[in-house]
Design a protein around this ligand. Structure first.
Ligand SMILES: [Zn+2]
Length: 170
């Protein structure tokens, strides 16, 4: 099995942010959807689907965000799907994985995940919590609630990013 290429993935996420001139948080995913020509639909129905990128004729066409559901979770799902697009992963995963996502993320079974899924998660994390932005706001890392809200990500996602930040920041 091919191992996930963390450096490539993070560099790609940073390139996407740069190419779309996204320099503030929360990361404006809509800017990326627009550039990709994805139609953006906001739902507001608790009984409807979670965030997703829908393909038509084998191409990603529609990004759906359901405001009635947890926004941070959906932003992560959408950013993860963008990861598959920008990392040119094959299409088959798109659907498979949305399912995985709705299960417990960041669980010990994480290790059993296929490399592409790990890469898409790493991409999503870097896209939503860019290293430079975390550095800029690093005086807030002790207030998880606050900093998660600032980046519009879940506390789980933020804790992992902060842990990596301390591990790699030098
Ligand atoms: Zn995936």
């Amino acid at each position: 099995m091919i191992k996930p290429n963390y450096k490539f993935v993070k560099d790609m996420a940073r390139k996407v942010l740069k190419d779309h001139k996204i320099t503030s948080i929360p990361t404006d995913l809509k800017k990326i959807f627009d550039k990709l020509g994805l139609q953006f639909i906001e739902l507001d129905n608790p009984s409807d689907i979670d965030g997703a990128i829908i393909e038509i004729d084998g191409k990603p066409r529609i990004a759906v965000l359901n405001k009635a559901k947890s926004i941070s979770r959906q932003r992560f799902t959408l950013a993860h799907e963008l990861g598959h697009i920008f990392l040119s992963h094959n299409k088959r995963d798109f659907y498979e994985v949305v399912e995985n996502e709705s299960e417990v993320p960041d669980s010990p079974s994480e290790k059993a995940k296929p490399s592409k899924e790990i890469e898409a998660d790493v991409f999503a994390s870097e896209l939503l919590i860019p290293y430079q932005q975390l550095k800029k706001h690093h005086d807030r890392v002790n207030d998880l609630e606050n900093i998660s809200r600032l980046f519009q990500v879940s506390k789980d996602t933020m804790s992992i990013a902060i842990a990596n930040y301390w591990r790699y920041a030098k």
